[in-house]
Design a protein around this ligand. Structure first.
Ligand code: NAP
Length: 306
């Protein structure tokens, strides 16, 4: 694959950025990859792993001369990082991000950017419950969606180049507006994470009553919740604080459905329960048919990483 950018700067060197660095290298997409992270520990780990050509001690240094800058930090600090790097972005550079929420990122980042920068927010729908520079792998984006959220006045050529960049790393690319993105992700990712956090919390409370039985006899349902609930606390705190309205809207609907199922159980309405579970089973089939999971009984985890 041909080189798409002369210099790509990654701000934040965790799971997503390290996966991007490895995929970029594999495909030869960048002339040079620079990167930085908040702590010396993470910067040293990135040096040791050889993730970037240059790991810099400041974000300003990392973005100097970069024609693509990607913010790979938690959503809650994107505005601060943009304020730091704004004055150092070169004429015509593209600034993107990988944040899980889009409207809040646009609101906090855009005011710090000079007019000569192409701000094209993005979000790869790919991740694991692991974080940090050692968690990355080059295949993370393969067959996953990356959603781009173009802004008014973007140069179409800059959008196409960023699309080609994500496609070269294995992703399918779609564009949508920020409000729609945030609602879709509240349904598909944010509310499910909150429900998993809650279920594991409830089980943990019970564990104090039943000792270690919950761990010992942990069956697939609970195990799958614990995997989701092991996700990074900082990232997820920021997701809920910044996608508040859409998440609350979906949780309101969830609560209504939960009450309806609760009533069906209490009144012995097996027909309602059976019809409901039949409908949800079809959704799982749809996800498998769309190639977004396998029907392996372990949810495909064995195949997810080599
Ligand atoms: P991660 O593994 O926890 O890495 C976060 C990185 O950001 C670390 O290198 C951290 O540096 C750095 N950082 C934190 N605060 C910073 C600051 N104030 N200034 C500079 N660097 C800072 O996180 P991740 O999973 O890669 O997630 C990064 C972004 O991708 C988030 O916005 C998240 O919403 C989004 N995302 C995540 C997933 C997922 O499943 N994980 C999926 C799609 C999108 P230190 O290590 O030095 O603290």
């Amino acid at each position: 694959m041909a080189r798409l950018y002369e210099r790509v700067a990654l701000i934040g060197l965790g799971l997503i950025a390290s996966s991007m660095a490895l995929a970029m290298r594999r495909e030869g997409l960048a002339g040079e990859i620079t990167g930085t992270a908040r702590s010396a520990e993470t910067r040293d780990a990135a040096r040791e792993l050889g993730l970037c050509d240059r790991v810099c001690d400041s974000a300003a240094e990392a973005v100097a001369g970069a024609d693509l800058v990607v913010l790979c930090v938690p959503v809650g600090v994107m505005g601060d990082v943009a304020a730091e790097i704004g004055p150092h972005l070169v004429q015509g550079a593209t600034l993107s991000d990988v944040g899980s929420v889009k409207q809040a990122v646009i609101d906090t980042v855009a005011p710090h950017l000079p007019d000569h920068v192409q701000f094209i927010p993005g979000h790869p729908l790919a991740g694991t419950e692991h974080s940090g520079p050692r968690a990355g792998f080059a295949e993370l984006f393969e067959n996953r969606w990356c959603l781009l959220v173009p802004q008014p006045g973007n140069d179409p050529a800059a959008i196409e180049r960023l699309r080609a960049f994500w496609e070269a790393m294995g992703a399918h690319v779609d564009t949508m507006d920020a409000a729609h993105h945030d609602l879709v992700l509240a349904v598909t990712s944010h509310a499910p994470h909150l429900i998993a956090y809650t279920m594991v919390g409830v089980a943990d409370d019970l564990r104090r009553v039943t000792d270690s039985e919950i761990i010992k006899y942990s069956a697939a349902g609970f195990r799958d919740f614990t995997r989701i609930a092991a996700s990074d606390p900082t990232m997820w705190r920021d997701v809920f604080l910044t996608n508040r309205d859409a998440t609350l809207e979906i949780l309101g609907r969830f609560t209504e459905e939960l009450f309806a199922l609760q009533r069906a159980i209490r009144t012995g309405d097996g027909e309602h329960l059976h019809a409901y579970f039949t409908r949800t089973r079809a959704i799982r089939r749809g996800i498998i048919e769309a190639g977004q999971d396998t029907d392996a009984p372990d949810f495909g985890r064995m195949k997810a990483r080599k």
